[in-house]
Ligand binder design. Sequence first.
Ligand code: SAH
Ligand code: SF4
Length: 406
Amino acid sequence: MTPDVTASGDRERSLPREPLELTVDPEASGPALRPADGRGDILSLDFDEVDSAIASLGERPFRARQLFSWLHKRYAASVEEMSDLPRALREKLAERFVLAPPEIDLVQPSSDGARKYKLRTADGRFVEAVYLPDEAAGRRTLCVSSQVGCAMGCTFCLTATMGFVRHLSAGEILGEVHRVNRDLIETVGLAGPRPLTNLVFMGMGEPLHNFENLKRALQTLLSPAGPNFSSRHVTVSTSGLVPLIDRAGRELDVKLAISLNATTDETRDALMPINRKWNLEALLAACRRFPLKQGRRITFEYVLLDGINDSDEDARRLVRLLKGIPSKVNLIPYNESGQTGFREPPAAQVESFRAIVDQAGITAPVRKNRGRDISAACGQLAVLGQHRRRPAAQPGLVTPSGTGAG
Ligand code: SAH
Ligand code: SF4
């Protein structure tokens, strides 16, 4: 039966479809892509591992810095490109390692400057990343995917309809960022070496479900020997995997965003199945004990769904729930896809909700719908036709040139 989640007035609705169940254990970090022939994935190595690899090849230490820089500051997509490495070293690297970052399959530019990238992994899967420039604020943000599909089954989210296909490796996550940086330099004409200033893990997938690979990718992204992003400019968003929020607090130095989306367990259970495992009380307790650096706040994303979670009463409950947590709320009027049955609330209701939260002293911007004309706005990412129940493409990658074969 469809759970009956109601709100005030004549816009009262019930949820349009049954929530999906979690398809995997959200605490288990499963395998990502591994090269089939036993070679190492060079893009996934951290600096110390590159250093050891170079030493084990009998090369001098400065070669490690050179190689790491080719990979993570110059975004090389093949060993061949590394023109100042001796040919013999390039050959040894190609014997031992694979360099096969995702390739750009398609770029869709939006009239508002956003760009949606469809990227193809070496085993023929697709993920999307969205570039969101805000030149006035000096910010060029990439919305990054962490998995192919998502296991969390949120009823309003298009990515959920793909189911969970697989985790992205650290190298694939890095490859996403690197390919976009390179495209911005080569196609858009922005100045290098790193046009992107900010990263938000708000693309396809639940980043904390892919904790090990996320952590490894972040380590390189924040490394001065690599792209050197500032930890203040990197945000990881989660649907609420409580033990992993605690772990993120201990092990990751980035900003945290929580997709809250409801103010009662009844509504949140129906929208986000993860809530049945860790409810609002457990989630907000994890937020309260999350170690925040001076001046930092937790961002709460709140997708406004017409007649479901957008009442004035919800806004007041939200304020009560966030008491004691240094927070900022991003209000996101639902981006309609036509597939889920949910609707965007009328503008007056969005404004009423915003004003209540704002009056309580919590910053609550209504997020602009960037990239809507290219279906690149929040929650619109899904590359259908690659559900895990379909027969998987064979990982036929593994050429050092990174061209892939699958
Ligand atoms: N899985 C993580 C990271 C993805 S973020 C998470 O859920 O936090 C994707 C964000 O888009 C989430 O905050 C989600 O609530 C929101 N979202 C999903 N579908 C949406 C839609 N159709 N319109 C607006 N926001 C949506
Ligand atoms: Fe996954 Fe986030 Fe979409 Fe939920 S909202 S299905 S956690 S991507």
